[in-house]
Design a protein around this ligand. Structure first.
Ligand code: THU
Length: 158
């Protein structure tokens, strides 16, 4: 038997420690929470993706009365980004959220499993790491890649 551990590198920083590019992306993700449509959960998530062409594409969760038909902020953003700028690479994604009382969540929000898998597709297409910034009101987590959020990912079926 063989046993091994998978270790994920995470940096915990505060807003002031981010460079200007990352601060702008965090601001965009926070603003995107305002465009969430979440009448069922009242949990408002915003995502902002920086592309290699300099564009920032944002998305927010969009819920539906038929619950599973709704979409998370991250998938709203990544599908729109690639549908709009198919030749651009993803560089960084920032994700922010507000709770049912409208306050930013204290602990950094982490993408659901389906969103991790969807984002991994665009990291693979980019051929380079896509930095992930998870925003909370107290601290912000930075991961070096989408792959770091999804150990043992399903990557290929060849
Ligand atoms: N949600 C996101 O938008 N992103 C995530 O990573 C986790 C969950 C949304 C889906 C749903 O509209 C609400 O948050 C509550 O689960």
């Amino acid at each position: 038997m063989k046993e091994f551990e998978i270790v994920i590198p995470v940096k915990a920083v505060n807003y002031d420690e981010l460079d200007e590019t990352d601060r702008t992306l965090v601001d965009s993700a926070r603003q995107a929470t305002e465009r969430s449509y979440a009448p069922y959960s009242n949990f408002c998530v915003g995502a902002a993706i920086l592309l290699s062409n300099g564009e920032i594409v944002t998305g927010a969760n969009q819920e539906n009365v038929a619950y599973p038909s709704g979409t998370c902020a991250e998938r709203t953003a990544c599908y729109y980004a690639h549908a709009t700028y198919p030749d651009a690479k993803f560089k960084t994604i920032a994700i922010a959220a507000r709770d049912t009382s409208g306050n930013e969540i204290v602990n950094p929000v982490a993408p659901c499993g389906a969103c991790r898998q969807a984002l991994l597709e665009y990291e693979t297409l980019a051929g380079e790491n896509v930095k992930v910034i998870l925003v909370g009101s107290k601290e912000i987590f930075i991961l070096p890649s989408v792959a770091a959020t999804l150990p043992l990912a399903f990557t290929d079926f060849d």
